[in-house]
Ligand binder design. Sequence first.
Ligand SMILES: Nc1nc2c(ncn2[C@@H]2O[C@H](COP(=O)(O)OP(=O)(O)OP(=O)(O)O)[C@@H](O)[C@H]2O)c(=O)[nH]1
Ligand SMILES: [Mg+2]
Length: 240
Amino acid sequence: MNINRYNEFSIIIPTLNEEKGAVILIKKIIKLYKNMKIIVVDDGSIDNTASNIKKLSQKYKQILFINRGKFNIKKGLTGSIIHGILVSNTKYVIVIDADLQHPFQKIKNIIELLNNSNDDNDLVVGVRANVINWKLHRKIISRILMSIGSFILIITNKERCNDIFSGFFGIKRKLFLKIYKSNKKRFVDYGFKVLFDFLKCINKGNIKIAEVPYIFENRKYNKSKAGAKQFIYLIKSFIT
Ligand SMILES: Nc1nc2c(ncn2[C@@H]2O[C@H](COP(=O)(O)OP(=O)(O)OP(=O)(O)O)[C@@H](O)[C@H]2O)c(=O)[nH]1
Ligand SMILES: [Mg+2]
């Protein structure tokens, strides 16, 4: 791919106490996808995430670091991703976790599917084809929640894909913002499932979706932030 095409993309990386994974991920992205803008949105990490990213952003000018910890902003993963998309100024944005569970190598597949004029895809979703080392109870809960979410999208005649809760996706920025701005109250800022909040606002047949399968790796560094609270926020996403 022509390297300059990367200018049309911003990578949004939400972080909360990801001092190791985030640095490794950003360095890999800079190496593989030259010129691509990188927007890191941190929610007041109490480890060295902020200082590590700040240092990197001084060295690499394509990094924009948004330190929400410094401001009196309502915290949350979905809110952080939306914040990143709002300040971006490229045609497309790609969202990826900072903990290396999403393979950065697949960013190029998302780019290709978004930027291919024959397809004109609006949204490209990284779909978890397999998850490594999930305990049985997490697999069962995830399967049940996924079925409820899909059911809601089907009966309300909304858009759907094979991983409606994916945190790894690329989208046309203007499209995301148009839907967000006219459905603000339906996005659960402190929730974890921005893609689901987006899909439930789009009538079936209105956008073109492609998928990139990947293996959801085990978390290698730092701790998970997923927990009981996120379960409650997801229920809120289902009913708002
Ligand atoms: N800005 C921001 N980032 C968050 C917040 N919560 C989680 N994150 C980041 O969002 C990404 C996903 O969070 P994870 O804890 O990895 O959630 P998960 O992948 O569903 O769970 P694990 O499989 O256990 O890692 C990571 O990059 C986190 O650092 C938050 O409240 N604000
Ligand atoms: Mg994770």
